[in-house]
Design a protein around this ligand. Structure first.
Ligand SMILES: NC(=O)c1ccc[n+]([C@@H]2O[C@H](COP(=O)([O-])OP(=O)(O)OC[C@H]3O[C@@H](n4cnc5c(N)ncnc54)[C@H](OP(=O)(O)O)[C@@H]3O)[C@@H](O)[C@H]2O)c1
Length: 257
């Protein structure tokens, strides 16, 4: 997608889950608009690959291994971003996991807990570390949480644990937005629907099979591209959205209608 804007020039943008999927596209999109990018996740190799792609395009990025379910990792991540680039102006809390397939009565506690730990507690811990830094900066900051249309907007059988973790991100976003706007920190969320990553594939499903399913199930007739999701995040993180606070922007081709 051609870009002729430079909305993040001189700013530092942190993307959790930046080693793959939507997070990788976010890293590339922020860098293309002038941001210095920090990507975080649990897998060093995939993060390094994202950094390589950003640098190939002429951007600046660095990778740090961090597990968002650990408070110490998030605190150290924010410190590392500030040590390297001098500030933390934008953060996208995108890391997430989906364990699917069973009705609630048959869900393992381990699967439930992993989704709560990453999708909910991970966003809380990230927000806390990010706001603590941003409120000390003259320019404040902007944060976007990546939720899902499954949760507040839509339910799917077998995804109740995932939906619960993501619905809570909406409440977390709204509450934190209210509490910290006065600190100069603007907080919003996006709720993607089926997007062009492995997460939207059913077990054993091929890309062609997913495309056929989308034709039937989605009013738009296809998955969203990661670039389409990224552009919505960039809008919310930018000064274009200076008066947008605590919103939850659904990008799902109408699947939750
Ligand atoms: N794709 C969709 O259809 C869709 C729809 C709605 C919402 N979403 C949301 O969009 C976000 C990105 O998903 P995606 O589709 O791009 O899938 P993905 O490629 O699987 O990305 C998820 C990323 O999160 C990281 N991650 C997982 N657990 C982590 C942890 N504990 N600490 C740090 N990083 C962790 C993963 O890296 P490591 O495993 O290396 O840590 C991975 O890079 C997720 O929050 C997801 O719920 C996706």
């Amino acid at each position: 997608m051609p870009r002729n804007r430079n909305r993040f020039s001189g700013r530092t943008a942190l993307v959790t889950g930046g080693g793959s999927g939507i997070g990788r596209t976010l890293a590339l999109a922020f860098a293309a608009e002038g941001a210095r990018v920090v990507v975080a996740g649990r897998t060093r190799a995939s993060l390094d690959e994202t950094v390589g792609l950003v640098e190939r395009d002429g951007g600046t990025a660095f990778a740090r291994v961090a597990d968002v379910s650990r408070a110490a990792d998030l605190d150290a991540l924010v410190r590392a971003a500030v040590d390297r680039f001098g500030s933390l102006d934008v953060a996208v809390n995108n890391a997430g996991v989906l364990r699917a397939g069973r009705p609630l009565a048959d869900v393992d506690e381990e699967d439930w807990q992993s989704m709560i730990d990453t999708n909910l507690t991970g966003v809380f811990l990230a927000l806390r570390a990010e706001v603590r830094q941003m409120r000390t900066q003259p320019g404040g900051g902007a944060i976007v949480n990546v939720s899902s249309n499954i949760g507040v907007h839509r339910q799917i059988r077998g995804l109740t644990g995932y939906a619960t973790s993501k619905a809570a991100v909406t409440a977390l976003t709204r509450g934190a937005a209210l509490e910290h706007l006065g600190d100069g920190v603007r907080i919003n969320a996006v709720s993607p629907g089926p997007s062009e990553t492995a997460m939207s594939l059913r077990p054993g499903e091929s890309l062609d099979e997913r495309a056929l399913r989308m034709k039937e199930q989605s009013p738009l007739g296809r998955v969203s591209s990661t670039e389409e999701v990224a552009q919505a995040v960039l809008y919310l993180a930018s000064d274009d959205a200076a008066s947008v606070v605590g919103t939850d922007l659904v990008i799902d081709g109408g699947t939750a209608l």
